[in-house]
Design a protein around this ligand. Structure first.
Ligand code: 13P
Ligand code: SF4
Length: 302
């Protein structure tokens, strides 16, 4: 293992490459990464790097967004099969129908979506800026795609808007069982429940804090409390434990893992660094159209 890490570091230097990883990747992947974060942080960080090659350890829509924001850079994915099921759970036909129905409609697209869906949207959001961006849009009518759960959460936080929900969902977060959480709460009555907004309303209602993966990390670090139940993918256990050795965290059982995120491994990182295979390509037309909502997000989230 040590020698894989050494080889990765050597190739990174030789090729002016960096590794970016989402918090849901494994500990060993996060350990070799130069940038680890939530989707918003990674999108911003990708724009500010001088590297020639970015090895992106996450899922397809993330690598695609990085390529759209950095067309001149080579973006490599350790595993091209790592995809987010939710990113495909909306359709251009439905967007077009909604646009016909509402004159002032803004199509707000969670960054967990294909580049094609972004092309037909007005602004992208991530879980860390969705409420802020939706609230500051001039439009009353908002079609929120693809995630119904994040959309429902934003709707509660922005009651002044007419938010129309789509029926997409994250297959990992929607599975979280209400009974499991209730049992955990009675077993650990002093623990605060920190939850990702992709969870269902039943889970949100039982929670003390709702936020993106990065927000959850920040909350746990700044809280005076010592125990936390974490309702999001357990990749966050690595930074949570590292940053808070004195605190206790209870994570979801193993069956709630995002298996796509876990497709990123050290061997595959080494392989793509050596061969420069698995390059992400986005056509010029798609890039041009999908850049606008991404740039609008970066601007509005400032
Ligand atoms: P974050 O925006 O918190 O990184 O979440 C991304 C994601 O895929 C959650 O399932
Ligand atoms: Fe997609 Fe869910 Fe995996 Fe996040 S956890 S990448 S939303 S499938």
């Amino acid at each position: 293992m040590e020698s894989i890490v050494n080889q990765i570091n050597e190739l990174k230097k030789q090729k002016n490459a960096i590794i970016m990883a989402h918090y849901y990747t494994t500990d060993e992947v996060q350990r070799v990464a130069d940038y680890v974060g939530d989707s918003f942080y990674l999108a911003k960080a990708a724009k500010n790097t001088n590297a020639d090659i970015i090895v992106f350890c996450g899922v397809a829509f993330m690598g695609e967004s990085v390529k759209i924001l950095n067309p001149e850079k080579k973006v490599l994915m350790p595993d091209m099969n790592a995809d987010c099921a939710m990113a495909h759970m909306a359709s251009v036909e439905t967007i077009n129908k909604m646009r016909e129905r509402y004159e002032d409609l803004a199509v707000v697209c969670y960054i967990n979506s294909t580049a094609e869906l972004k092309c037909h949207s007005d602004v992208c959001v991530t879980s860390s800026n969705a409420v802020k961006i939706v609230k500051s849009l001039p439009n009353k009518n908002i079609f929120f795609i693809p995630d119904q759960n994040l959309g429902r959460y934003v709707k509660k936080e922005a009651p002044e808007k007419n938010i129309i929900l789509n029926d997409g969902y994250c297959p990992v977060h929607v599975k979280i069982d209400e009974k499991w959480l209730k049992d955990m709460k009675s077993e650990h009555p002093n623990a605060l429940v920190l939850t990702h907004p992709e969870c269902t309303d039943e889970i949100i209602k039982l929670s003390d804090y709702i936020g993106s993966t990065a927000d959850i990390l920040k909350f746990a670090k700044n809280s005076d409390k010592k125990e936390f139940i974490i309702c999001t993918e357990d990749g966050v256990s690595y930074p949570l434990k590292n940053n808070n050795p004195e605190k206790v965290f209870y994570f979801l059982p193993k069956e709630y893992r995002c298996l796509d995120m876990k497709l990123n491994t050290l061997n595959k990182i080494l392989h793509v660094l050596k061969t420069e295979e698995n390059e992400v390509f986005v056509s010029d037309e798609t890039r041009e159209k999908s850049l606008k909502p991404l740039d609008t997000m970066l601007e509005m989230a400032k």
